[in-house]
Design a protein around this ligand. Structure first.
Ligand code: UT7
Length: 331
């Protein structure tokens, strides 16, 4: 916001989901779990899993191309590309540079990765807003692409049933008619870093035989602690951004929350005083796609006619770090 008017808007949202579906019944054959436990405790029924050669870059580039086409833009129009991912294809260079090359935007734009786990999308849209507000560029592509299947321990039932693969992308451009980002709020708590992590495989403890044998390069999570913190922080962040925009929960047309667990979504909605009819849910079909959940949700919500020009959209998210945030936007 500048002088009470939004400076940047999301002009297009798009998604790419891999074709392969993994159901709860498939997981029953892999770990000691059940369809009823997964449905009741998480709300997830099935998720998408990338094919062997389908990379984070590939999925991100497909979503990015669709978003640009929807916005009526060419790759050469893009000034900045921010890729959010917890599953970069390589440690060096950034996945953003690989996406930039794949979509044909090399040299005419700058590209970098932003890592804020599941909250990455909202952080990146805020950075895009700042870039546009500073007059540094007019077209920012935010690409959230996650190949969670590549960092899951498929023997750990407490995590492997929760996540899926996919990508979402949005184009951020200057606002023209009062639409766009009304307010946003973001925080992190590094004291909670160990609650959701890949303990080894990075610079502090590089990959070696022990790490691989103990599967310490894969994701580990203290689910219950993350759960409690998620509800508190998302509901508070949501109230903060509505208050800052001079709005309340009655003004919200659709809440698009991060999709991690239906019980987290329902509790957040209850604390936020937003009825579930106004809450977007696709967790049942995709599981938790980390930072891609919100852009995928925006694209699907628009396609379903749940949001259109003038709608007030409230987005909330949380994830490893811990990180969390919210954004209120006039579509
Ligand atoms: O984007 C951010 C990512 N973070 C998250 O998504 C984490 C949020 N947390 C959660 O969604 C929930 O905490 C979980 C779904 C991870 C777990 O649900 P819960 O209700 O907190 O269960 P719990 O961890 O307290 O475990 C209850 C029981 C345990 O058995 P005992 O000790 O009571 O015998 C677990 O071993 O459920 C067991 N359990 C399972 N049983 C069947 C854990 N995972 C499974 C499973 N199938 N997949």
């Amino acid at each position: 916001m500048k002088n009470g008017a939004p400076v940047a808007k999301i002009s297009a949202a798009a998604r790419y989901l891999p074709d392969r579906v993994m159901t709860n019944a498939d997981l029953e054959r892999m770990v000691d779990t059940s369809d009823s436990w997964i449905r009741e405790r998480t709300g997830i029924v099935e998720r998408r899993i990338a094919a062997e050669g389908e990379s984070t870059t590939e999925m991100g580039a497909r979503a990015a191309n669709r978003a640009l086409a929807k916005a009526g833009l060419e790759p050469s129009d893009v000034d900045l590309i921010i890729v959010t991912t917890a599953t970069p294809d390589r440690w060096l260079p950034s996945t953003a540079c690989e996406v930039q090359s794949r979509i044909g935007a090399s040299r005419s734009s700058l590209a970098f990765d932003l890592h804020a786990a599941c909250t990455g999308f909202l952080y990146a849209v805020s950075m895009a807003e700042g870039y546009v507000a500073a007059g540094r560029g007019e077209v920012v592509l935010v690409v959230s692409s996650e190949k969670m299947s590549s960092i899951l321990n498929w023997e750990d039932r407490a995590t492997c049933v929760l996540f899926g693969d996919g990508a979402g992308a949005v184009v951020v451009q200057p606002s023209e008619n009062g639409e766009g980002i009304l307010s946003s709020f973001h925080r992190s708590d590094g004291d909670m870093a160990d609650l959701l992590q890949r303990p080894a495989g990075g610079a502090a403890r590089p990959l070696d035989e022990t790490v691989l044998r103990e599967k310490e390069h894969l994701m580990q999570m203290s689910g219950r602690e993350v759960f409690k913190s998620a509800v508190r922080s998302m509901a508070k962040a949501g109230r903060t951004v509505l208050g800052e925009a001079g709005l309340n929960s009655d003004h919200v047309d659709l809440m698009v929350p991060h999709q991690a667990n239906i019980r987290i979504i329902e509790s957040t909605a209850r604390y936020s005083r937003i009825p579930m009819e106004k809450v977007f849910v696709n967790l049942d079909r995709y599981g938790n796609i980390s930072s891609a959940t919100i852009p995928v949700g925006l694209d699907e919500a628009e396609e379903a006619g749940l949001i259109g020009p003038g709608s007030l959209v409230l987005m909330t998210s949380f994830g490893a770090g811990l990180t969390w945030g919210a954004m209120a936007m006039r579509w």
